[in-house]
Design a protein around this ligand. Sequence first.
Ligand SMILES: Nc1ncnc2c1ncn2[C@@H]1O[C@H](COP(=O)(O)OP(=O)(O)OP(=O)(O)O)[C@@H](O)[C@H]1O
Length: 279
Amino acid sequence: MIEVKNLSFGYKKRKPLYKNLNLDLPVGSIYGLLGKNGAGKSTLLKNFTGLLFPTSGALLVNGFTPAKRLPSFLQTIYFIPEEVYVPSLTINGYQKLFAPFYPLFNEEQFHAYLEQLEVQDAGKLNTFSFGQQKKFIIAFALACNTKILLLDEPTNGLDIPSKIRFRKLIASVFTEDKMIFISTHQIRDLDNLIDNVIIVDNGELLLQASLTEIENKLSFKVVDALPSENDLLYAEPGLRGYAVVSENKTSETTQVNLEYLFNAITGNPQKAKSIFNTK
Ligand SMILES: Nc1ncnc2c1ncn2[C@@H]1O[C@H](COP(=O)(O)OP(=O)(O)OP(=O)(O)O)[C@@H](O)[C@H]1O
């Protein structure tokens, strides 16, 4: 569970990035954290893990204040940064050194995940390719069985087969007592994986909603003629007509297209906020 109340954060005193951010995120979901480059995704994840401290406001993660970095808190959360660092150790050496920090670490799962991601035991980790290092850390993180898993741009550096394996693995390990955060600007990598969407821009929360809520409030269609300006949030011309995102005023639901959703929300922040009552 992550509870954020009136959180403000800035790298510089007079230039806040987040101002009065509010979020209530229960366990039992895979959250997609979306935003353009520089929107503040990594900054938010680092606040959640206690690597950065809020300037003001309250932040509780698994019932702990992350900034205190208590060992009892750190064993409940795993954060994979965009740029992973691996020491000059073998897979076994790494496991021996770091697994004891995570009481629910499962060695059998670790080796099964390495196999699924096709990571071979090939000497020192720092001689692995970037993609292999990333997959190694993903396998280790999943085997730690922490309640919260935060992945910052996890598919960066993965080839297409690895991206598919990654998605399958995340879907298969997820259980209702966990929450997984995947921050990315490669939105297609999240298709069929997430059930909740958070969109930030310029340190501002534009959307936090489940896919079910999005389906109820917005409609995603391909049409011959554009709907009225009032309901329209996004339109993209294509070969078969216009792909449009508009406010859904019917009880009919359509399948969410994450890329169009992202364009619709970031292109009309005020309208989107009023449709979803985002504060
Ligand atoms: N250590 C830092 N010192 C000062 N400013 C920073 C620092 N790290 C990030 N920023 C600034 O904070 C803003 C948000 O950065 P952040 O890395 O959180 O964005 P992001 O959404 O993760 O971006 P990307 O998709 O490019 O990884 C950017 O304007 C960035 O320049």
